[in-house]
Design a protein around this ligand. Structure first.
Ligand code: TIU
Length: 219
């Protein structure tokens, strides 16, 4: 067991039972011309975490831990994209429209790939998810159960949307979740701060948070 300096109190990490879960570090959100920018956002806050995510990922790979990447994505015929999701608001480009990196949030398109620096390697799981949460409409739970995973170290984007949804889904399924504060980002700094606060409130009602350096030092 590794005791990590975390909020709201120390996190006891059992490495053999822990997966590193990296949420949606895909070009659609992190690079200009993707879905995130089409919603009216600036992508720089998301780009800024790539080096930290890479540092933790590299360490995890060296230690031989399980790595799971997710991508928010839809089938080319959009059969798994509810009209309520596609038609909401007035984005410059809707899901399925052709943008500078191919069709927005569609599986197999250039924009749907994980950013080059963090690209999955052989042996790592890649979960395509149609919703914001990583468990909805996916076989993630079966993969984790099969490997005896009970704890998740979480990074990725965006903090208050797919990261928080995934952590809440994981929490309800019995996982202890540790979110790396400097390994997650939002288009809205105030939403990131609020999400970190609400995760650890009430004695860790959703989970724990820590800094990457404290995770790397302990594990
Ligand atoms: N818009 C936004 O903040 N996020 C998403 O749509 N998806 C994820 O967070 N991955």
């Amino acid at each position: 067991m590794h005791d990590i300096d975390a909020q709201p109190f120390a996190f006891s990490l059992n490495f053999a039972r822990t997966a590193l879960l990296i949420i949606d570090m895909q070009r659609d959100f992190v690079e200009p011309g993707g879905f995130g920018e089409s919603l009216g956002n600036r992508v720089e806050p998301l780009q800024s975490i790539v080096p930290t995510v890479l540092q933790v990922l590299t360490h995890w790979r060296k230690r031989g831990g399980l790595v799971v990447h997710t991508r928010e994505s839809h089938a080319p015929d959009l059969s798994d994209c509810p009209p309520a999701k596609r038609m909401r608001g007035s984005p410059q480009l809707r899901i399925g429209d052709v943008g500078p990196m191919g069709r927005i949030l569609v599986r197999g398109e250039p924009g749907n790939q994980i950013v080059e620096e963090l690209a999955p390697v052989v042996g790592e799981l890649v979960i395509d998810k149609p919703g914001k949460g990583a468990f909805y409409g996916t076989d993630l739970m079966a993969h984790l159960q099969l490997r005896g995973i009970t704890q998740l170290v979480v990074m990725g984007v965006t903090t208050e949307v797919c990261v928080q949804s995934s952590m809440r889904e994981a929490n309800d399924r019995g996982f202890d979740c540790l979110l790396v504060e400097d390994g997650t980002a939002s288009y809205f700094p105030e939403f990131k701060a609020a999400t970190l606060a609400m995760i650890i409130a009430q004695g860790g009602i959703v989970g724990w948070t820590c800094l990457a350096k404290d995770l790397l030092e302990a594990v």
